[in-house]
Design a protein around this ligand. Structure first.
Ligand code: ADP
Length: 295
């Protein structure tokens, strides 16, 4: 791809991406990523699903040049991630939040942690203050600004990690299994934060997850299996394909599972519902119709 081929609606373009950890004797079979094609649109909330070892994390690391392709290309806002001179520009546009909340905080006090990266860039103090205040507010952690980071819960630590990324003013935040080590409360906190950043601040979100309920909240879902994208669509389109998901070892949200089981047992219910409310309404309609709801 040429540097000039910039699509204004697209923030990340992945073209025929191949990657092998050991590229000395790489061949088709040991490639971890095998020809990925994917565009991330500006302002989109994209979820990447897949079971362990399918290549999600490897893909995520390509989005801000932690890894660079062994084949194909990744373009971030028109910049090729293989261009070593553009590393800073790429990292500034795409921030990453990782899995372990304890590994990401570097300072002892919350606001010092959020200020850490912009300070290292030599940004002037007044601008740092504005960024720290904005970022802590965006993740709803302002009241903890003077607290010790080590005393926070897992979910709060992850929200501080998100604030630290926000202080860099990125265009995209990549969450690489950032809820995997959290309890249900922490996971909910992160999901609320991510949705707020996406809907209110128009931040582009790429969320790598193996939790179906999280992927169900995205605008679009891609499913990976053995280094390839095998499904792509809206959450409803993806999760209504229960059999296909099960074949590649993935579950579906509990609501879909319930309706799918009822349908299999002979009840004419729709399976393309995601929320508990939609599920309840579908069952209610079915019962009201005397068991003749559409299939
Ligand atoms: P996922 O995030 O879907 O669990 P990963 O991208 O972490 O998948 O891993 C995909 C494959 O790459 C796995 O087979 C894994 O063992 C391998 N892999 C991951 N990281 C490394 C590494 N640093 N060195 C060699 N192989 C790796």
């Amino acid at each position: 791809m040429d540097k000039t081929e910039k699509n204004t609606d697209t923030i990340i373009e992945i073209k025929d991406l191949e990657f092998s950890y050991d590229d000395t004797d790489a061949n088709e079979t040991d490639a971890v990523l095998k020809g990925i094609n994917l565009c991330v649109k500006k302002g989109e909330f994209l979820a990447v699903l897949g079971h362990n070892g399918s290549g999600k994390s490897t893909l995520a690391k390509h989005l801000n040049a932690i890894l660079v392709p062994t084949g194909g290309a990744v373009m971030v806002d028109g910049i090729n991630t293989a261009d070593e001179n553009s590393l800073y520009a790429i990292r500034q546009k795409v921030g990453m939040v990782f899995q372990n909340p304890d590994n990401q905080l570097v300072a002892t006090i919350v606001e010092e942690d959020v200020a850490f990266a912009p300070e290292n860039l030599g940004i002037e103090p007044g601008e740092i203050r504005r960024r720290v205040d904005y970022s802590l507010d965006a993740v709803n952690m302002t009241k903890y600004k003077d607290h010790s980071s080590s005393m926070l819960s897992g979910g709060q630590k992850q929200r501080i990690a998100v604030a630290g990324v926000l202080a860099m003013k990125p265009e995209v935040i990549v969450m690489d299994e950032s809820t995997a080590m959290l309890d249900p409360v922490g996971r909910r906190e992160i999901m609320e934060t991510v949705k707020k950043l996406n809907r209110q601040e128009k931040m582009t979100i790429v969320m790598i997850t193996h939790f179906m309920e999280e992927a169900a909240q995205a605008d679009r879902v891609v499913v990976m299996d053995r280094g390839e994208i095998v499904m792509e669509g809206t959450p409803k389109e993806i999760f209504s394909q229960v059999e296909t998901l099960k074949k590649i070892g993935l579950d579906v949200p509990q609501t879909t599972e319930l309706l799918y089981s009822l349908k299999k047992a002979g009840f004419g219910l729709k399976c393309d519902v995601l929320t508990v409310e939609e599920c309840a309404a579908e069952i209610e309609n079915f019962l009201k119709d005397g068991g003749n709801s559409c299939d």
